[in-house]
Design a protein around this ligand. Sequence first.
Ligand code: KIV
Length: 273
Amino acid sequence: MSTYTVEDPRKVTTRRLAEMKAKGEKIAMLTAYDYSMARLIDEAGMDVILVGDSASNVMAGNATTLPMTLDQMIYHAKSVMKGVERALVVCDLPFGTYQGNSIEALSSAIRIMKESHAEAVKIEGGEEIIESVRRILSAGIPVMGHLGLTPQSINKFGTYAVRAREEAEAEKLIADARLLEEAGCFAIVLEKIPATLAEKVTKALTIPTIGIGAGGGCDGQVLVMHDMLGINKGFSPRFLRRYADLATVIEDAVGNYIKDVKSSDFPNEKEQY
Ligand code: KIV
């Protein structure tokens, strides 16, 4: 049973997110990569489900998001879509599928929409990828931006540390956010930037900002599902709040099952035909 009661049961759309910002209602977003978890998260009342390329880390065990392919993102998004009724589902465009040129970006976005039925795409970067953003939007595909720590650029950054602490990078981030808004993005993820900067960007824009490690001044928050459920034991950055310790729950349950099988306690008479 969810501890949260959905006040507005209508399907969440990009338009509804704009209304939420205007009303000062916070937006809750969480990642999901499969049918069963997406169904539970949707039933709990999540506003937005992100099929993130963090699937590369938490589902595939890679060190970065870079190896993720378009086919893999489509597979995850398709599975998530089958479990979701209310939340808006956004799918990441993976590394290498939109940076080359805007035509390639559009065809990648079209594949995601056609084959997975996701309702929007997310794309990392500002001015450098604005042509791709514009072309995708021109086909009627909603685009969510992503600024600050953009994990697909980890090899350029060389670290997952907080971004835009310096004046020049902060100025560029504000300019990029404005550019994404002018182009027609419906929201922007702000990852791991100072809370004061995130608040400034949030106030400067009419579209919602969704923060991760960007403080409470954003219009909404996003976390990676495995991190907030405590499945990912070793990962504990300052911004993360753990809402469960599923690693312990799962280890205990699996340990008990093994014990019961080994001792012939399972199955008992009522558990057989
Ligand atoms: O891929 C992802 O999970 C993301 C979130 C961290 C915003 O992009």
